[in-house]
Design a protein around this ligand. Structure first.
Ligand SMILES: NC(=O)C1=CN([C@@H]2O[C@H](COP(=O)(O)OP(=O)(O)OC[C@H]3O[C@@H](n4cnc5c(N)ncnc54)[C@H](O)[C@@H]3O)[C@@H](O)[C@H]2O)C=CC1
Ligand SMILES: CC(C)CCC[C@@H](C)[C@H]1CC[C@H]2[C@@H]3[C@H](O)CC4=CC(=O)CC[C@]4(C)[C@H]3CC[C@]12C
Length: 369
């Protein structure tokens, strides 16, 4: 964004722009970034909804590509001013191998950084995750912490490990010289559990509840808080960071920001019921119906079955030792760093976020009939 003529004609590249968060970021950029001239959407799988975007004033370029292929990333990035790197393999269920998770999340991120350097793209926003911090393998609670709260981040699972490695690469790349001699400015956003329109796991819980006659069975104590943030607000934070990285490079470069909004602190299941309840589902039990040791046993059995069945079929249920530990460990954030550094305020109130998500679940209901 070297001069003001260019500043009015920005080219953005969004990797993973066809995923759950990516689609919201793409739509938000088109609504909220008036300086946008071209929006490139780079994804392994392109969505048909992209077609409707091509009729607007911004040039929308869909690029089918793989972040693990350095040449594809570099080709897509040539001439871009800003890259928002969202693409990732979000797998905590054992669907993909640890090697594949590493290739996509770590090598893919390294490829994005090298492409910035090669092509002279100066601004890089990376979608990290709360998981780079925790919950850790010791199950220590992180209660309403912020970016500076001390916490022993120790990971064994391939997904959080890969996100932590990738985040480090991004932060360490801040200040590297890019083609043309300018310095790369990077930062990382760490969403907690994202919810909202398009959230696959919410869809799975909804369908599971319907199969169980409109009931879900409580597994996690109400006292365990799990951080959640509305997808529209996460998207808004990405748009703001991408916009503010240039004028506030000295302050924001190399920084991490949790993504937060006014969503209430609740357990994972109680939070889901904010949306599933108004759609006719009921959470049975004021306390977990099964003792914790039995859940651990079931989760371990699932892991064993997954391993035994792997040569024949992919068995990847929601419950495994890792997902149980995450759901059963308090992890919530309370921070205003994004507000202090770049003026972030949530675009959607809790009431809006809730209503929008309920409407989306209700639409699932009518399409299921
Ligand atoms: N869903 C959540 O609760 C959270 C997600 N995140 C992070 O946000 C990002 C987006 O997550 P979601 O939208 O939930 O996931 P998603 O699976 O819906 O979207 C990921 C997108 O990346 C694309 N992708 C995967 N591998 C690729 C490759 N090799 N090359 C190019 N594109 C590839 C997929 O096709 C997909 O469109 C991820 O980086 C994830 O780690 C962080 C915190 C919470
Ligand atoms: C009754 C079971 C024990 C309930 C299982 C719920 C789990 C499937 C989910 C509970 C917490 C979720 C994770 C959390 O929100 C943080 C995440 C951040 C990410 O970056 C990716 C997704 C996830 C790991 C998310 C995945 C599903 C849960 C483990």
């Amino acid at each position: 964004m070297a001069n003001s003529a260019q500043a009015q004609k920005l080219v953005y590249l969004v990797t993973g722009g066809c995923g759950f968060l990516g689609e919201h970021v793409v739509r938000m950029l088109l609504q909220q970034e008036p300086r946008l001239h071209e929006l490139r959407i780079f994804d392994l799988h392109l969505g048909p909804w992209l077609e409707e975007l091509k009729t607007g004033p911004v040039q929308v370029t869909a690029i089918q590509g793989d972040v693990t292929q350095a040449h594809e990333v570099a080709a897509a990035m040539a001439g871009a001013h800003v890259v928002i790197h969202i693409a990732g393999l979000v797998d905590v269920f054992g669907r993909a191998s640890p090697k594949t998770i590493h290739e996509v999340n770590v090598q893919g991120t390294q490829n994005v950084i090298e492409a910035c350097v090669q092509t002279g793209t100066q601004f890089l926003v990376y979608t990290s995750s709360m998981e780079v911090v925790g919950p850790n393998i010791k199950g220590h609670p992180f209660y309403r912490g912020n970016e500076d709260t001390p916490y022993e981040a120790a990971h064994k699972h391939p997904y959080p490990r890969s996100k932590a490695l990738a985040e480090r690469l991004v932060l360490e790349a801040n200040g590297r010289k890019v083609q043309g001699g300018l310095s790369l400015v990077t930062c990382a956003l760490r969403p907690t559990g994202i919810y909202g329109e398009g959230h696959q796991i919410m869809r799975d819980f909804y369908h599971q509840g319907l199969r169980l006659g409109g009931r879900l069975f409580r597994a996690i104590p109400t006292s365990v808080e799990h951080g959640r943030v509305y997808v529209g607000n996460v998207a808004w934070m990405h748009v703001l960071v991408a916009r503010e990285l240039e004028p506030r490079a000295a302050l924001m470069g190399g920084q991490v920001y949790f993504c937060y909004d006014k969503s209430p602190y609740k357990s994972y299941e109680d939070f889901n019921m904010e949306f599933l309840g108004p759609c006719g589902l009921r959470l049975v039990g004021t306390r977990p119906l099964l003792p914790y040791w039995l859940l651990v046993l079931l989760a371990t059995l699932n892991a064993l079955l997954q391993w035994l069945l792997r040569p024949l079929l992919l068995y990847a249920p929601l419950l495994n030792p890792y997902t149980l530990a995450v759901a059963n460990t308090t992890f919530t954030v309370s921070t205003n760093k994004a507000q202090r550094h770049f003026g972030y305020e949530p675009l959607f109130s809790w009431e809006d976020s809730r209503t929008r998500t309920i409407r989306w679940v209700q639409a699932l209901e009518s399409s299921a009939r």
